[in-house]
Design a binder for this molecule. Structure first.
Ligand code: SF4
Length: 87
């Protein structure tokens, strides 16, 4: 199984290209979810397009998965702070 195609990154540049997609889009929420999120976050930290990926996910309101090293809940908090800063 291959990693999901990231519209924000050329597949050749995305660090998650060959990673387990289950790390980035977990299907099962069990007691390993935090560990998987940390594994995905570690891959994102080494990704050359992390900033682009996160920016894309924030601008599009991507509701699922790990993008740019952030979980959906983390992106919701970032978007809330951004909205408050511009209000
Ligand atoms: S930042 Fe993370 S999710 Fe985004 S392309 Fe890079 S490795 Fe994949």
């Amino acid at each position: 199984m291959t990693s999901p195609v990231r519209p924000c990154a050329g597949r050749a540049r995305a660090a998650c290209q060959d990673a387990d997609p289950g790390l980035f889009f977990p299907i099962v929420w069990d007691d390993q979810a935090g560990q998987r999120a940390e594994q995905a976050r570690s891959i994102c930290r080494a990704c050359p397009v992390q900033a682009i990926c996160l920016d894309w996910a924030l601008r599009t309101g991507e509701p699922d998965g790990m993008w740019g090293g952030t979980t959906p809940e983390e992106r919701r908090r970032i978007r809330t702070r951004q909205a408050q800063a511009t209000a």
